[in-house]
Design a protein around this ligand. Structure first.
Ligand code: TYD
Length: 687
């Protein structure tokens, strides 16, 4: 690298906010987000206030209506608006949208009836649908690629970070409105109007910031980035998610957390009203969810570092459910607010862990879709929850529990919804915990106590594998694939649960590694990288296939294992055998087979048995294969108790019966009853 290159590589690029066009756009976005949240609060509160004399049921339904009007456009028109953003001048789109939003929001207090609240809400959301993709599509035009992630983080920060600020502002504005009502009669009895005026103003401010942003390129030059329809995303995502246990657990859990939060938001207005709180109190409860969520997201990853993340994820959802149940039952506003912070924190922890795990566990080419799937599903869940929650609350109505004539406990529809939501979260959390537990057999309580002390709980029994592990080794064409398959059949006949597998290529990642390793195109692959790739395949194989099967108590039969690397990479490629042993010890976590069957065949015989095109290793010269064979034999000779060496030139049945005899000696006793059938078989492969 040249000196110049090095110095540019080292120089820290300026912060993304130092970029004036982006800073402007970001400011407009922050102002709008603040406006959006204020809008949500003011309108739900207004809907409640406008229907205040009409009874609990009508009031609940009215609030539900606002949420539906807010969510519906995104689901119906989302894809259309995305295409719009690619076709028209984005700056003008955003400007007009802002202006329209300003006018629409302003009209709500001026017209002041419930029907218009709903219509205007629906229209504002339709407009938002055009504003948001235009904004999203603009960001990459203003920000260099390497700063995009930072820019997206900032965007996310203002999208959610403005919620608690809006909640606080709303609380203050509600109080100010009361005061103002004494001076200006218009504001009297209209507690939410001031908030709506400020909300409208926010859109107007954004409109002018956008107008001053001349750097936004005219549309048409950019590649189309239209979003696929929500239904399509859901369908594709479902296919992927359905097939993966971990992701399934994560998504179920995250949606559960989302639904719990949604239940609170959906009934908060009525619930707070029943506790004697006004609009200001509603703002506080709403803000509490977000303050909690933000702190959960921030502190969550640092919390109980020694606890398995998967467990923390499931646990936080269960705790969220328990807290929600408490919120449902306690009739004290202060306690409810405190509990709401805790609820938000649990939801925040679940979200951040879930998001990070999806980021880590999902392949790059699927990650975008998984996230968008999650987002679509979250939107639908939220719609359902916030629409159903108040409706359900309304249908249940107000109830009192009486002892004699005395009412002792108030239990309304909103209590019921929160209670049901809480119980649901507990169930969902437990399901997630079970689906993705990575420490099966270890008590959660013991784990938690140890984590609280800053230690990792390591019980002796958990690490104890109950199954049996048999590896087959041998040179090319030795017949080990056939023999391992016959042994699997034989063991199954004895009633064992058998997992038959092979190396390389028994996992998703392994298949790709296998393609690299065996493709004759990669002739120049260095010996060390070859050794590392085989070890990588093995690490994946042990963690994803072998260990889980052994822990279930299965018999695992693997066609090739560590010895292949010692023989092929160590002896064959003349790498230091001790070094190859070390990396493999690390890769497998020290897992050694209970028995290794070496089918010893002279390479001249084995290679002659192969048909078809030779792969990269098969096409090595004869001396290479001789070295491999010698190493296998040396390994077996060093540990006769753990090896069975059979002459590969014997007839097939004779080899089999020698193997069965030996396996019978070490077979666990008694044979487990009613074990499941095939857990994992692989197609026949050439030896
Ligand atoms: P495969 O087609 O599975 O062959 P076989 O039926 O002979 O097992 O290809 C595996 C090839 O990879 C084989 O030529 C041996 C080689 N190999 C190594 O060099 N090192 C290893 O650690 C392993 C597992 C395989």
């Amino acid at each position: 690298m040249t000196t110049l290159g090095r110095s540019t590589a080292r120089r820290k690029p300026p912060h993304v906010l130092a970029n004036t066009p982006f800073r402007k756009l970001w400011t407009a976005m922050s102002v709008c987000s603040l406006g959006d949240w204020l809008n949500l609060l003011a309108l739900t509160a207004l809907a409640g206030n406008l229907t205040v004399g009409s009874g609990y049921k009508v009031q609940s339904l009215a609030i539900g209506g606002v949420f539906v009007a807010k969510m519906l456009p995104a689901i119906l028109l989302g894809p259309l608006a995305g295409a719009f953003a690619d076709r028209f001048d984005r700056r003008m789109t955003m400007f007009f949208c802002d202006f329209l939003r300003f006018a629409l929001v302003l009209s709500i207090p001026l017209i002041g009836n419930y029907q218009w609240v709903i219509i205007a809400t629906f229209l504002v959301e339709c407009v938002n649908l055009f504003w948001v993709p235009a904004k999203d599509a603009t960001v990459p035009n203003l920000v260099p690629k390497e700063r995009l992630e930072e820019a997206n983080q900032l965007n996310l920060l203002v999208t959610y970070g403005t919620a608690p600020i809006a909640a606080l502002l709303f609380a203050v504005l509600s109080v100010a409105d009361d005061a103002l009502g004494n001076l200006v009669p218009f504001f009297a009895q209209r507690e939410t109007y001031l908030a709506l005026f400020i909300n409208a103003l926010a859109y107007l401010v954004s409109a002018f910031i956008i107008l001053s942003l001349k750097d936004i390129p005219k549309a048409g030059a950019q590649a189309a980035t239209s979003t696929p329809s929500v239904l399509r995303q859901i369908f594709e995502g479902w296919r992927f998610v359905g097939g993966n246990r971990l992701i399934r657990g994560l998504i179920i859990g995250m949606l559960g957390a989302f639904a719990a939060g949604g239940a609170v938001v959906g009934v908060a207005k009525i619930y707070v009203g029943a506790l004697g709180g006004g609009d200001a109190a509603y703002g506080v409860v709403f803000g509490a969810v977000f303050v909690g969520m933000a702190s959960g997201m921030f502190f969550g990853p640092r919390l109980l570092r020694e606890l398995s993340r998967r467990r923390l994820f499931g646990l936080s959802i269960v705790v969220a459910g328990v807290v929600l149940v408490a919120i449902a039952l306690v009739h004290n506003l202060v306690i409810v607010v405190l509990l709401t912070v805790l609820l938000g924190a649990c939801a925040g922890i679940a979200w951040i862990i879930g998001y990070t795990m999806i980021g880590l566990e999902v392949d790059d080419n699927l990650r975008g879709r998984t996230f968008s799937f999650l987002q679509s599903l979250a939107r639908v869940t939220l719609l359902l929850v916030v629409a159903v929650a108040p409706t359900l609350a309304g249908l249940f109505g107000e109830r009192e529990i009486r002892v004699g004539q005395e009412p002792v406990y108030q239990f309304d529809g909103s209590n019921l919804v929160l209670l049901v939501g809480g119980l649901l979260a507990v169930v969902v959390g437990s399901v997630a915990l079970r689906q993705m537990d990575d420490r099966r057999g270890v008590s959660i309580v013991a784990d938690l106590i140890a984590a609280a002390r800053g230690e990792r709980f390591a019980p002796e029994s958990a690490e104890q594998e109950r199954g049996m592990f048999i590896a087959f080794e041998g040179g090319e064409g030795s017949g080990k694939t056939t023999q391992s398959r016959l042994l699997a059949i034989w063991l199954r006949d004895q009633g064992f649960d058998v997992v038959q597998t092979r190396e390389p290529g028994s996992t998703k990642v392994g298949m790709r590694l296998r393609a690299i390793l065996l493709d004759a195109v990669h002739q120049g692959l260095s010996a060390r990288s070859e050794a590392l790739l085989y070890a990588a395949d093995r690490a994946e194989h042990v963690e994803k296939v072998i260990r889980p099967a052994l822990q279930r108590g299965s018999m695992v039969i693997s066609d090739r294992y560590v010895d292949s690397s010692l023989a092929y990479q160590g002896a064959g490629r003349a790498l230091d055998i001790e070094e190859v042993k070390r990396i493999n010890g690390w890769a497998t976590g020290g897992l050694v087979p209970d028995l290794t069957v070496l089918i010893d065949t002279p390479p001249s015989v084995g290679l002659a048995r192969l048909g078809g095109a030779a792969d990269r290793i098969e096409s090595e010269p004869l001396e290479f294969h001789e070295r491999v064979r010698r190493e296998f034999r040396a390994l077996a000779a060093a540990e006769p108790d753990r090896y069975l060496v059979v002459d590969g030139t014997l007839p097939q049945e004779q080899i089999s019966s020698l193997i069965y005899d030996r396996v019978r000696e070490i077979m666990p006793d008694p044979v487990p009853q009613e074990s499941e059938d095939v857990t994992g078989t692989i197609p026949a492969i050439r030896d």
